[in-house]
Design a protein around this ligand. Structure first.
Ligand SMILES: C[S@@+](CC[C@H](N)C(=O)[O-])C[C@H]1O[C@@H](n2cnc3c(N)ncnc32)[C@H](O)[C@@H]1O
Length: 274
């Protein structure tokens, strides 16, 4: 069966895209605030759902040592290999393991983890609600689930009047194939409610990027998705990328992609009531 693009582009990743993700998905100090709701401390068992290149998995492990452990799970075999190498290079091979698996379902027993974390993944899965339900299932009673996701439908890019129409065409073309649930950010808390999670808290971080910190996502992901959609020609996308460079150099670039951070707790008594 042919897989939809939102999934197939994660199963097969060309070497140059791996290099780009290694950079794009680095853990940086500004992400510390995303981890806060997890209330990490030494000794906890954590699951990183859709662990990608594994930079954040390492940040999670460093916060649960000594005594803690992190498991990463991802659909892409090369990510699993690379993140294992990265954990070994950081001397964390005894505190992190990786599993290659598509989800949902998650390949773990009920109540296996104290904390479950999932960042920028749920827009790509076949069923975000079922995945959040799985995240709740594998969380121990009293444990915490945190999902961080962009709301793609709120994505705004402004380079100026001359390229506004093309910018909007490219964003729409990219979104039409790259994600299964473009409004995932705003919908996350409903998935948490449906999964029986409690004490749900929603935060939104939305800083306009004027320095080009996020431009890598436009260059490496959005541009490629737009071409792959067949709705914009490769030549038009190349011209737009040149305009992006120019706008950035002249201080005319602005990118906004709100990130929703949703946190919930599995009730101390089992959610299935048994
Ligand atoms: C944008 S990356 C985010 C990676 C990581 N969470 C981070 O923030 O650095 C999305 C990740 O989700 C994984 N993914 C997407 N759909 C998946 C699925 N159905 N099952 C398992 N993993 C999936 C991809 O392979 C990729 O590693």
């Amino acid at each position: 069966m042919t897989q939809p693009y939102y999934k197939s582009h994660w199963i097969e990743i060309e070497p140059e895209r791996h290099v780009a993700y290694d950079d794009l998905l680095k853990f940086h100090p500004a992400m510390e605030r995303l981890l806060e709701p997890l209330e990490l401390r030494p000794g906890l068992k954590v699951l990183d759902v859709g662990s990608g290149p594994g930079h954040t998995t390492i940040a999670l492990a460093q916060r649960v040592l000594p005594g803690g452990h992190v498991t990463g799970v991802d659909i892409n075999a090369e990510f699993v290999k690379r993140s294992g190498d990265r954990a070994r290079a950081a001397g964390l091979q005894d505190s992190i393991d990786y599993r290659r698996s598509e989800f949902p379902p998650l390949p773990f027993a009920d109540c296996s983890f104290d904390r479950v974390w999932c960042k920028n993944v749920l827009e790509y899965v076949d069923d975000a609600g079922a995945t959040v339900a799985e995240m709740a299932r594998v969380t121990a009673p009293g444990g915490i689930v945190v999902a961080v996701d962009s709301d793609w439908a709120m994505m705004a890019v402004e380079l100026g009047e001359a390229s506004r129409q093309m910018t909007n065409r490219i964003l729409e073309a990219a979104k039409s194939i790259a994600v299964n649930e473009p409004q995932i950010g705003r919908r996350l808390f409903h998935h948490f409610l449906a999964a029986g999670l409690q004490q749900i808290d929603v935060k939104v971080f939305a800083s306009p990027d004027r320095k080009g910190l996020m431009a890598g996502m436009l260059r490496n992901s959005i541009a490629r998705y737009a071409v792959d959609s067949g709705k914009v020609s490769a030549a038009d996308v190349q011209r737009w990328l040149a305009e992006l460079d120019q706008a950035q150099a002249e201080g005319r670039y602005l990118f906004l992609l709100p990130q929703f951070v949703v946190c919930g707790r599995r009730p101390a008594a089992s959610i299935s009531g048994e």
